[in-house]
Design a protein around this ligand. Sequence first.
Ligand SMILES: Cc1cc2nc3c(=O)[nH]c(=O)nc-3n(C[C@H](O)[C@H](O)[C@H](O)COP(=O)(O)OP(=O)(O)OC[C@H]3O[C@@H](n4cnc5c(N)ncnc54)[C@H](O)[C@@H]3O)c2cc1C
Length: 231
Amino acid sequence: MSVVVLEKEPDVGRHQSGHNSGVLHAGLYYRPGINEGQLAVDGIRQMVRFCRAQGVPHELCGKLVIAADASELPGLRDLMDRGSPEWPAGPGLASDPMSFERVEPHAAGAAAVRVPEEGIVSYPQVCSTLATLIRSLGGEILTSARVVEMKREESGWRLVTERGEIAAGFLVNCAGLHADRIARLAGERPSVQVVAVPWRILPASSRTTAPGATSHLPRCRMPPSRSWVCT
Ligand SMILES: Cc1cc2nc3c(=O)[nH]c(=O)nc-3n(C[C@H](O)[C@H](O)[C@H](O)COP(=O)(O)OP(=O)(O)OC[C@H]3O[C@@H](n4cnc5c(N)ncnc54)[C@H](O)[C@@H]3O)c2cc1C
């Protein structure tokens, strides 16, 4: 079987994976027992193993989840009570409230819990390492090859890209925030649509003032769809 990755940008990792917050998440905000939580726990363990094996820079520095003011303290308490039974080593992810100024002198708030299992990683290097591995195993990565049309054929698919056509027996749609568009190109009528919301990421220079990972307490609710809505 041959594997071809079609990438519309001139290189890999130009979208979310190369521009995210670089946090190794452990599924802190999921209710214990649901699949998403287990996936996150498995995911962080696999990612740390991958980084160690491949020499990708990462650090299990822990993360502080901060309640900005007194109104957020019940949410923080809830997070601590919830914990995570998926971690066999301890009763929960969140440790006791602490004087977090010692850990992050530049952070402010009413209280915080420290999540020792979480950390930070260079996701751009994760992407470039994955690309090297794919190529070394005989796979091909076609960059600047935006998929613009998908035709079903008897034996599989014919994809029209900006670099010509390519035949495939099997497709994996991993177009990130464009995944709904790709699904529609394939003739699917997905009931969900990706919607952009504003987000802010601190510039890399901020790392000198906040050396570890911090997070405010998300105001999240879980609607019946089981997707988190955070503000
Ligand atoms: C602001 C922000 C912060 C985040 N922080 C974290 C974090 O700290 N830790 C964490 O674990 N996760 C974080 N995430 C989530 C994480 O980054 C994403 O879940 C992950 O990167 C998604 O990877 P992906 O491969 O599905 O999508 P992407 O990385 O977006 O890759 C999709 C690829 O598809 C390509 N593509 C799209 N359309 C086409 C087309 N028509 N033809 C060819 N190629 C196409 C794009 O060019 C792109 O390279 C964050 C996300 C965001 C938005």
